[in-house]
Write a protein that binds this ligand. Structure first.
Ligand SMILES: O=C(O)C1=C[C@@H](OP(=O)(O)O)[C@@H](O)[C@H](O)C1
Ligand SMILES: C=C(OP(=O)(O)O)C(=O)O
Length: 433
């Protein structure tokens, strides 16, 4: 798409008011696909996220021999006749870190050689610690380009029984991948991890979904899980919950405009760490009320400054940074060095684009200090990063003249984002009239 056609001008709004339906969770859909591929019977996934990244996982599974039928938000998955079809052609994973890390574990339980590659950015996103942790279980990984990153070749003769130790301090996805794969090893596997683990709630989602589909494991030490293997996985039907990360943009819009927005379907019992972002917004003065099927967020007259450790919810940092730019004083966001290896270097991207609008931002190796408010609008660069595009679209509701370049990047996780925002603005105009 040419640059002009892919640029969105954001209209300002006095207050956002309305209801927004959010799509299924990206993390849950990826895991449901991976687990279904390991099942010996047909599985059905409902309310799945139909977006670029989940399609990438599905397409890679197809290439490995898994039969997948996707109708709207329902996916039927039937097992591959054997694990797996290997081919010298790389599995192309664009810029989906979750697909790359979870599929490496999945490939490891097969036999043969599997090649993984992706976009220029994915070629900068590391998997070294996952490769190191697969080695004691009999799996070899050879890096074909830059060290520790794709393109890479994984060679396996099945995942062996044994013990492994993973350093997941830069990505929880390494640990999630090993835990799922371990269930299909030739014998029991003890998975140990070093402290700290980044983005821990995503490991909780993995474990909870493993339990939901009937896979067993036991916490034997604070930093070790024993996984009995091989485990037979029967067919399952699973409904994907709404995506809290996608909802966050509408919570932030409400926070910034003294708005009143309900996002659904979401539940207070959700395991998604990003649902805890509501607590951060509450501490800034927002009113949060859980309803039967969703959550209502009302924005305050003035936003209180915050100082938050965001390690457990890295994907919420661009959203929070934008809200912080309108707080009553300087805010700090810390312990998120892992944001530098996401779709973009998100600390640098957020700092650069806020500074473009006249916000004072100090960048640390693992965080940001932000003091607003923005002084002017402008054209925002989004670095092929969906979360930068969506977060700055929210900022544009308050700052005249904000334009989002590369707007279609939202398709990675939320293809209907622009339509949902447009619809909310229409509801707001009616309510505000
Ligand atoms: O496992 C997952 O579904 C994810 C884990 C997180 O990554 P890291 O663990 O690499 O921080 C998160 O940023 C990503 O969007 C999704
Ligand atoms: C970091 C993200 O995804 P991934 O790691 O799967 O590319 C994200 O969705 O913000």
């Amino acid at each position: 798409m040419n640059e002009m056609a892919d640029t969105r001008t954001i209209p300002c709004v006095s207050r956002v008011r309305g209801r927004v339906a959010v799509p299924g969770s990206k993390s849950v859909t990826h895991r449901a696909l991976i687990l279904a591929a390991l099942s010996e019977e047909e599985c059905v996934i409902e309310n799945a996220l139909d977006a670029e990244d989940t399609r990438i996982t599905a397409e890679a599974l197809r290439r490995l021999g898994v039969r997948i039928h996707w109708h709207g938000t329902t996916i039927r998955v039937r097992p591959a006749p054997h694990r797996w079809i290997s081919s010298p052609e790389p599995l192309a994973l664009s810029n989906s870190g979750t697909s790359l890390r979870l599929l490496m574990g999945l490939a490891a339980v097969g036999r043969g050689t599997f090649v993984f590659d992706g976009s220029t950015r994915l070629r900068q996103r590391p998997v070294g610690p996952l490769a190191d942790a697969l080695k004691p279980l009999g799996v070899g990984v050879r890096f074909l380009g830059r060290d520790l990153c794709p393109p890479l070749e994984l060679q396996t003769n099945g995942l062996h029984a044994g013990e492994t130790l993973v350093d997941a301090s830069e990505s929880s996805q390494y640990l999630s991948s090993l835990l799922i794969a371990a269930t299909q090893a030739e014998g029991p596997v003890l998975v140990r991890w070093k402290d700290p683990v980044a983005s821990w709630p995503y490991v909780t989602i993995t474990l909870s979904m493993m339990t939901e589909v009937g896979l067993e494991f036991s916490h034997v030490e604070p930093r070790a899980i024993r996984v009995p293997a091989p485990q037979r996985l029967g067919g399952f039907r699973l409904e994907v919950e709404g995506d809290c990360s996608s909802a966050s943009y509408f919570w932030a819009a409400s926070a910034l405009t003294r708005g009143d927005v309900v996002t659904y379907p979401l539940h207070s019992s959700s395991l998604q760490g990003d649902c805890r972002f509501l607590e951060v917004l509450a501490s800034m003065g927002c009113r949060i009320q859980w309803e039967d099927r969703g959550v209502r967020v009302q924005g305050p007259d003035r936003l209180q400054p915050v100082h938050v450790d965001m390690n457990t919810m890295p994907d919420m940092v661009p959203t929070l940074a934008v809200v912080c730019a309108f707080a009553d004083g300087p805010c700090t966001i810390g312990n998120v060095a892992h944001l530098r290896i996401k779709e973009s270097d998100r600390l640098d991207a957020v700092a650069t684009e806020l500074q473009r609008l006249g916000v004072f931002v100090e960048q640390y190796p693992d965080g940001l200090r932000i003091q607003g408010p923005p002084q002017r609008g402008g054209a925002i660069n989004t670095y092929n990063d969906h979360r930068i595009a969506m977060a700055f679209a929210v900022l544009g509701l308050k700052v005249p003249g904000t334009m989002i370049r590369g707007a279609s990047t939202v398709s990675k996780s939320f293809p209907e984002f622009w339509a949902a925002l447009h619809d909310l603005l229409q509801q707001s105009r009616q309510e505000n009239a």
